[in-house]
Write a protein that binds this ligand. Structure first.
Ligand code: F6P
Length: 550
């Protein structure tokens, strides 16, 4: 079934939210906390190993009620059903959106064109399992009979960011294999990586849904050439032992020289940025073992069930999505920060940048007309505490409103309480400071205690005041594990989905990346022939400079 095309700004709930915003724009969270000691109980969610406290937002119960009304009015419930049931909700590409099926239980039935796809998914999962075990146990070897020590994932966008993020995040659970990622078409990137590798013991996983992506094909060819260089004593048939591929394009992969037995299929109903759950996650499975990979999937499946079955007022992805809409569309916030208090999640923000911005960076509604409201938020972030020493100044005292998600863990993985308590004291302190701020009176009292002379304190006072009232969500998880990571990623995936539904846009295509690609192809031709064609004067000037000086 096609998704409906309701302009959210024309709903009754939106109009009420606009009026409500007028009352709320100056509301003080600090005062709301003082006047309601039960506030936190009203605005938190407990689910599995997750505690989500969203009380430090500029909201009242009425705000939440109106946002939920909006979700209902735009038909979120039936959209969720279509999403999970394999409806063609990616209408511009005429595809279902079924990354959720990749983590479904074996007994589930999910139909695409009337056919249950779960058995095929489990066949591929089994292939991943067997392959992983053969590589990690040393049964599968390279061309000289030595077991593999290094894995190189060659892919870009969704064929890189998800696996790279998860391999980094699950380092603690990793085995002896070193996993590397080559993504950029920048030759310096690939050369830096291959110079450290021994071809005898390196396995290359070429990941490309389409197998037409310039970056991935160029890197794969460069690596194959390096692998076949005379110095190593390799022969063409050795390629089959060292290169495997994940793709929907079996023909192109075979043309590249990869043994058909070493192709891990995927399906067009899995979007690149949601594909780490498929064989695109092969490098994750190789790095942490198939059981841990399967745990990642089961954590995501539990979040899927929560999202599918829980009432919206207790539904974590729905609540997080609606809060983000509240700031984006009513307060005019343009970006959101994502601050994990663990170094392991240092690649979460770049990963979710693709998930969020490629999905919801759209300005045409599902009815084909330009939207008259804001859509996709800008996502950015770095782990705390590093980010505190980098950009927190702007969040605390800058002119922009930046709603921030804080993600922390109750227990560290190495059990170092000394470090962890320091880390987490920062985690709690930051959300409190952002909400409470520091008043003139408080600063004045501090100055008096320090015995600061009156002229100095008068001068310094305005700079030392923090207005506070900066919204945050706190996501506190018991421990970082494959399972909790799976749930966390799925939480954000569903947040993206909910926002796309409310904003009346198609979240699962990415036409916006095409124009640059097309132009790059024709410019490459001009560079190769050294003939600059028709361009605007700036581009022509730059290209001529490049050609003259290279
Ligand atoms: O950036 C556009 C995009 O199509 C992404 O959506 C995708 O993840 C990436 O390119 C890589 O595509 P492929 O897996 O087909 O090489």
């Amino acid at each position: 079934m096609a998704l409906n095309t309701i302009n959210p700004t024309e709903t009754r709930a939106w109009k009420k939210l606009e009026l409500h915003y007028k009352e709320m724009q100056k509301a003080s969270m600090h005062e709301m906390f003082l006047s309601d000691t039960a506030r936190t109980e009203k605005f938190n969610l407990k689910w599995n190993d997750f505690l989500i406290d969203y009380s430090k937002n500029i909201i009242t119960q009425e705000t939440i009620a109106l946002l939920l009304e909006l979700a209902n009015e735009v038909g979120l419930k039936s959209a969720i059903k279509d999403y999970f049931d394999g409806g063609i909700i990616n209408q511009t590409e005429n595809r279902a959106v079924l990354h959720t099926a990749l983590r479904a239980k074996e007994s589930a039935v999910v139909k695409v064109d009337g056919k249950n796809v779960v058995p095929e998914i489990y066949d591929v999962k089994n292939k991943i399992k067997v392959f992983t075990n053969e590589v990690t146990s040393g049964k599968r070897t390279g061309f000289t009979g030595k077991s593999f020590t290094d894995i190189v994932n060659i892919g870009i966008g969704g064929s890189d960011l998800g696996p790279a993020m998860a391999v980094e995040a699950l380092q603690f659970y990793r085995n002896h294999l070193n996993v590397h990622f080559v993504s950029n078409v920048d030759g310096d990137h690939v050369n830096e990586i291959i110079k450290k590798l021994n071809p005898e013991t390196t396995l290359f996983v070429v990941v490309s849904k389409t197998f037409t992506t310039q970056e991935t094909l160029t890197n794969s060819e460069t690596i194959k050439k390096w692998f076949l260089s005379r110095d190593f004593g390799t022969a063409q048939e050795d390629v089959a032992k060292h290169f495997v591929a994940v793709s929907t394009n079996i023909e192109k992969v075979t043309e590249f020289g990869i043994n058909p037995d070493n192709i891990f299929p995927m399906w067009d109903w899995v979007g690149g940025r949601f594909s780490l759950w498929s064989a695109v996650g092969l490098s994750i499975s190789l790095a942490v073992g198939f059981e841990n990979f399967d745990e990642l999937l089961s954590g995501a499946n539990e979040m899927d069930e929560h999202f599918k079955t829980t009432d919206f007022d207790q539904n974590a992805p729905v609540i997080l999505a609606l809060l983000s809409i509240w700031y984006n569309n009513f307060f005019g916030a343009e970006s959101e920060a994502l601050i994990p208090y663990t170094q392991y999640l240092q690649k979460l923000a770049p990963y979710l940048q693709q998930g969020t911005m490629e999905s919801n960076g759209k300005s045409v509604g599902r009815d084909g007309n330009p939207v008259n409201y804001q859509t996709g938020t800008i996502i950015w972030g770095e782990p705390g505490t590093n980010s505190q020493h980098a950009f927190f100044q702007l969040i605390h005292q800058g002119t922009k409103l930046i709603p921030t998600d804080f993600i922390g863990f109750v227990n560290p993985l190495y059990g170092d309480e000394n470090h962890h308590d320091k880390l987490m004291s920062n985690f709690f302190a930051q959300t409190e400071a952002l909400m409470q701020g520091k008043s003139k009176e408080q600063v004045q009292t501090e100055f008096e205690k320090q015995g600061l002379p009156a002229d100095k304190s008068k001068f310094l006072l305005p700079f030392k005041v923090f207005t506070g009232n900066k919204p945050t969500n706190t996501i506190l998880i018991q421990k970082l594990s494959p399972k909790t990571l799976g749930s966390l990623i799925a939480l954000y995936e569903h947040k993206i989905f909910v926002q796309g539904i409310v904003w009346n846009i198609f979240s699962f295509d990415q036409w916006g990346v095409e124009l640059g690609k097309q132009l790059a192809n024709s410019i490459l031709e001009e560079i190769n022939t050294k003939k600059v064609k028709d361009h605007d004067s700036s581009t022509a000037f730059l290209l001529n400079h490049f050609l003259r000086n290279k």
